[in-house]
Design a protein around this ligand. Structure first.
Ligand SMILES: [Zn+2]
Length: 343
């Protein structure tokens, strides 16, 4: 376990083919009932073993027990009707049929706490758990009840805080909120998005992270990226306020991305999970390519605050490609670690 440049992933990892259709988002489960419950935990074990075998330091569940990073959490809440669907535009980018908020939202029981306890007893490595962020949650729903994005986000923030406190008690070291919506709705992020995120982490003693990315390598995202020009400066809109926020770690996309690396300067003082693995290509990075990205990041983040990671989740990739990328991340971090330590 490395304490200097500890490696981690942004979140999801591929599932075994006996559990869900590989290389597919929203892939339906192949098992049911007790078999499904047992299968999910077996997959979690495998995912953990893969991460440890690849030399990943801060490990996760690989999101093996959830179908989707936002929807699975919302499915556990009351106040949302999954039968009553409406077409909305997600992240201002693509139309999707989404569930409706039909009443007050509430968390009736813990969502991932049992899974986190299970992971905790399997490893002594630090563990990171991902939850959807409030703004990204509201952006994947039709709200027929609160009729206010801000109000609904605030309600979700309170619910996320309940879950986060229980995850912390279950032994989670880092709780990460996925907020790809932070790369789109800049005015809302600055008006209330960061405040909602801070409500979600209120009272936590464990470390907290926010993951802001350009999404999985799906067509809607790659098409959108083509419209963003030669320099992607989206982070510039939200970093100044995030730098002043209560969040400890910012997870962002750097590998093969057109994000100017010097934008990291805007969050000076925060720990930075630097995406050194591109999740939108099957080409496996070399250790030297990863090292190169990390070296560039080191111009703007102190070594003790640099956390080598992936650009985003890897669930749409094949297991073979994902394993190769994890190994490359680990090997690339090792090169830079040696350089820093002067070996
Ligand atoms: Zn992401």
């Amino acid at each position: 376990m490395n304490t200097l440049l500890p490696t981690s992933t942004a979140g999801s990892l591929p599932k075994p083919s006996w559990l869900a259709q590989p290389e597919t988002l929203w892939s339906p489960w192949k098992l049911q009932g007790d078999e499904l419950a047992e299968g999910k935990l077996d997959a979690l074990r495998i995912s953990l073993a893969d991460q440890l075998h690849s030399g990943i330091d801060i490990v996760s569940d690989g999101e093996q027990t959830r179908q989707h990073f936002v929807t699975t959490f919302i499915e556990h809440l009351s106040g949302v009707d999954f039968e009553k669907r409406q077409i909305v535009k997600i992240r201002d980018r693509y139309d999707a049929s989404v569930p409706s908020v039909v009443g007050e939202v509430a968390r009736l029981k813990p969502v991932f706490v049992e899974d986190a306890r299970f992971l905790r007893q399997l490893t002594s490595h630090p563990i990171k758990w991902a939850l959807p962020g409030p703004m990204t949650m509201i952006d994947t729903l039709y709200d027929g009840h609160y009729k206010s994005r801000e109000k609904l986000a605030w309600e979700f923030a309170k619910i996320l805080n309940q879950e986060a406190r229980e995850l912390e008690a279950a032994g989670v070291d880092i709780i990460q909120f996925d907020e790809p919506a932070f790369n789109v709705f800049f005015d809302e992020v600055n008006d209330w998005g960061i405040a909602a995120l801070e409500r979600a982490v209120e009272g936590l003693k464990c470390e907290t992270a926010v993951h802001i990315c350009y999404g999985y390598g799906i067509k809607a995202n790659t098409d959108w990226k083509k419209t963003l020009g030669t320099e992607w400066r989206q982070y510039e809109e939200v970093f100044p306020k995030l730098q002043k926020s209560a969040i400890d770690i910012i997870s962002l996309e750097c590998q093969n991305s057109r994000v100017p690396m010097d934008l990291i300067e805007l969050i000076r003082g925060k720990k930075v999970m630097v995406g050194a693995i591109d999740v939108a290509t099957n080409a496996v990075e070399t250790a030297e390519q990863v090292a190169d990205t990390l070296r560039k990041a080191l111009q703007f983040v102190d070594a003790d605050k640099l956390y080598p990671s992936t650009n985003c989740g890897m669930v749409p990739l094949s297991r073979q490609v994902a394993s190769g990328k994890l190994a490359a991340l680990s090997a690339g971090a090792d090169i830079v670690r040696r350089e820093i330590l002067g070996k």
